[in-house]
Structures are given as structure tokens and as C-alpha cells.
Write a protein of this length. Structure first.
Ligand SMILES: [Zn+2]
Length: 279
């Protein structure tokens, strides 16, 4: 289950609550070789040595990325974008399988396990900028949870003249917002009644407004319901939000108009949509 902005936000708040001020007393790495070769996890295990003895001074998220900052100039960057779990445990109850384990003073620990591509990296303050996901999400691109940054005026302006598919302006490196993945994208388009093949530049003012509202509302709802269904929070609790549109609608009919749900391949992913509602 991919972790997008709402889920990263939930995790970082829970981590902050439990871990602020705690000191790393040990760490462990599981079988990470293939993820290390893909650049998801530091190539050298010794990089994680530098977390030892560090005390957590903040845990924040932006977009899909969580930054745990230590008082010794180190950071732990977590972005389980294509699936993963970040779990809180008593040190004595840590499961046997994980990619990264950190133990803290006071018999507490966290484990991180990736189930798809993502990031688990120990980086110095200076090395943060070398991280692609950090540069992408801790950037000047608007965050949809920040009311000052994410305004309709700015959103509308940044969409105009973009002769690209609407997915490119919502998801990925050229998006005008951080933190949305393919899952959120399908839900947002369905709510805004916009067809996935539309070009951003073809959207009229009302459609842009509908898209803007859909982004805001979707994120608020997912936060309120503890994240997407299948998402597991820091305490192992499942999220309660079921997508209105996505692969879960495959072979079904639209809940609003009764049309058969269709799908098309778009920008490296399958996009489900309702041909009746989305124009
Ligand atoms: Zn429909």
C-alpha cells in the first residue's frame, strides 16, 4: 500500500509524539541488498552507525517524505512511496523481519519495512540535498495541506499553459503540488468529474476549481479517517478511507451514474475512471 501525503503526515505526527527527545541506542539492518543496489537504502551499512547516540529533535513530513532529525547533524529520511510500514514497538517485542530497526532509550523501538520501492536513508544535514525525494518534496512546490501555499489563485496560474496531461500537473516531478500519487490522482479526477486524458491547458475555470477542491477534500478526508484502507499507522492500526475510484472499482459500475468503470494506461500506471461522470 503506497504511502502518500496524508499517510506520511499521520506517521510523522505519531512518531513525533512518541520519539521526540529519545536517543538511539542500537540499530539493525535486515536483508537489504536488492534495495541497496536500487539506491533505496544507503549502500554502506556504516552510514547508519552515525545515527547511534543521536537524539531526535524533530519529526516532520512534507509530501510523501518523512524527515527525522537528530541532534548530531544526522537525519533519517523515510519515504515508503510504493508500499511499506513504519511501526512502533517495545524493544523486547520487535519482529524478526524488517529492513531497518532503531532502538531507543526506555525500551522503545521502530522498524521500517519496504514492500515496494521507497527510501530509507541515513544522511547528514549536508547530504539531504543529494536525495531526490527530499529535493522533490521539501521544495518550493505547494503542499496541499498548507493553506498559504496551496491557493486556488496559484493552482490555476500554474496549470494554465501546461499542454500536458492532467496527471503530469498533479503527480510526479513536474507536478504543481507535492504528495499525490496514482491512488490519490484517480480519486481526485473522479471527484472533479475530469477525464484522465484531458490536457491541463484545456481545463476551464470551473473545472480547475473542482480539481482544486477535490485535492483539498480528499486529503482532509484521508487524514480524518486515519489514512487509506490497508495503510498501517505507527501503532499498527489500519486506515479507514476507501477510495471512490481506483483498482478497487475494477469490473464494477459507478456508484453515482451506474456506468461500467473503465481503465486506461497512463504515465506508467493503470488509471480507473467513469466514462459517464468524467468528461
Ligand atoms: Zn459515473
Amino acid at each position: 500500500m503506497s504511502i502518500e501525503l496524508p499517510e506520511a503526515y499521520i506517521l510523522s505526527n505519531q512518531m513525533s509524539k512518541e520519539l521526540l527527545g529519545k536517543e538511539v541506542t542500537c540499530y539493525g539492518l535486515g536483508d537489504c541488498t536488492s534495495l541497496q543496489n536500487l539506491g533505496c537504502i544507503n549502500m554502506y551499512r556504516s552510514d547508519f552507525d552515525k545515527l547511534h547516540g543521536g537524539r531526535i529533535v524533530s519529526v516532520v513530513s512534507r509530501g510523501n517524505v518523512i524527515r527525522v532529525k537528530f541532534d548530531n547533524g544526522m537525519n533519517l529520511l523515510l519515504a515508503p512511496e510504493y508500499g511499506g510500514k513504519v511501526l512502533y514497538h517495545k524493544e523486547s517485542a520487535v519482529p524478526s523481519k524488517y529492513h531497518l530497526k532503531l532502538c531507543f532509550d526506555g525500551d522503545s523501538a521502530l522498524t521500517v519495512t519496504l514492500t515496494g520501492l521507497g527510501v530509507i536513508q541515513a544522511l547528514t544535514d549536508e547530504q539531504l540535498e543529494n536525495s531526490y525525494v527530499y529535493r522533490r518534496d521539501f521544495s518550493t512546490t505547494a503542499s496541499p495541506t498548507d493553506e498559504k501555499e496551496f491557493t486556488f489563485e496559484r493552482f490555476s496560474k500554474e496549470l494554465s499553459g501546461r499542454k500536458v496531461n492532467v496527471k503530469s500537473v498533479l503527480v510526479g516531478k513536474d507536478a504543481v503540488v507535492v504528495g499525490l500519487g496514482n491512488s490519490a490522482f484517480q480519486d481526485i479526477l473522479f471527484r472533479a468529474k475530469v477525464h484522465p486524458k484531458r490536457k491541463a491547458s484545456s481545463l476551464n475555470e470551473a473545472e480547475k476549481q473542482a480539481l482544486f477542491n477535490a485535492v483539498k477534500n480528499l486529503i482532509q478526508e484521508r487524514l480524518k479517517q486515519g489514512g487509506k484502507s490497508q495503510f498501517v499507522d505507527f501503532y499498527g492500526k489500519l486506515g479507514g478511507y476507501n477510495a471512490e475510484m481506483g483498482s478497487n472499482m475494477k469490473g464494477k459500475t459507478c456508484t453515482k451514474c451506474g456506468s461500467q468503470i473503465e481503465s486506461l494506461s497512463l504515465g506508467g500506471g493503470q488509471t480507473f475512471y467513469c466514462p459517464g461522470c468524467q468528461k
